[in-house]
Design a protein around this ligand. Structure first.
Ligand code: SAM
Length: 238
């Protein structure tokens, strides 16, 4: 059964709220994530709705999990770190690059007013869209394409979160689409196998960009005009 055919409303599906709460306490807040909106969002989004059927039992494990197209659903802790780093508020319009399963966008969507998310693999975008529809997350829009070019028709964004690892320079289009005071959170590195998580903040007057390193991470590569060339290497887990 694909993500698009699983019914979240299935009465046989067990309620996993207690597991989610344990995940938030043991994997996320105990490691220093403290933004109440982020913790609440992680406590609300059913991760089991976004993983492959064979991985449903592991949905609240402290790990990334494989999804279609050799990609991964990120570890919940990393989703939380990136959401906190993006400093998202309830009125924000957020762009996510790298929809993957849709879980990260769903978490961002519990905090922000509107989320736009771009995925280069059409099959992943379709199955994420189906999950959003099933869960009633109708303020999340999905587009298939090269997310390194952003979503110019919907710009500017208060926050941009990139969930794949880009090269040492950030995609210029994403910087252009960042609102005054906006935050770009992106893993960047000199080779595609490891990155530093970076936050780039546009000043309130729009003129300056300030860059901060937030620690080492490992993501699948960001592929596109403002990222790495070509196809992914063999599947890896971030
Ligand atoms: N946030 C996702 C989740 O919660 O499942 C995890 C995303 S996965 C680590 C990274 C995703 O970025 C992959 O699905 C990959 O296909 C996508 N990707 C890589 N380069 C991209 C690009 N230029 N534009 C859009 N998506 C891209």
């Amino acid at each position: 059964m694909s993500a698009s055919t699983r019914s979240h409303a299935d009465p046989a599906r067990r309620d996993r709220a207690a597991e989610r709460q344990r995940m938030v306490e043991r994997q996320i807040s105990s490691r220093g994530v403290s933004d109440p909106a982020v913790l609440q969002a992680l406590g609300e989004v059913p991760r089991e709705a976004f993983v492959a059927p064979e991985a449903v039992d592991y949905a609240y494990h402290d790990t990334p999990l494989p999804i279609a197209e050799g990609q991964t659903i990120s570890q919940p802790y990393i989703v939380a770190v990136m959401a906190e780093a993006a400093e998202i508020g309830p009125a924000d319009r957020v762009l996510e690059v790298g929809t993957g399963s849709g879980y990260g966008a769903a978490v961002l969507g519990r905090i922000a007013e509107q989320v736009f998310t771009i995925e280069r693999h059409p099959g992943l975008a379709a199955s994420a869209s189906a999950c959003f529809a099933e869960l009633g997350y109708d303020h999340i829009e999905v587009r298939v394409g090269d997310g390194t070019l952003g979503w110019p028709e919907e710009a500017p964004f208060d926050a941009i979160v990139v969930t794949a690892g880009g090269p040492a320079d950030p995609p210029p289009a994403l910087l252009e689409q960042l609102a005054p005071g906006g935050r770009l959170v992106i893993p960047m590195g000199r080779d595609p196998t490891g990155q530093e998580l970076v936050r780039i903040r546009r000043s309130d007057d729009g003129r300056d960009l300030v860059r901060e390193g937030l620690g080492a991470v490992r993501f699948v590569p960001l592929i596109g005009e403002g990222g790495w060339e070509g196809e992914e290497p063999a599947p890896r887990h971030p």
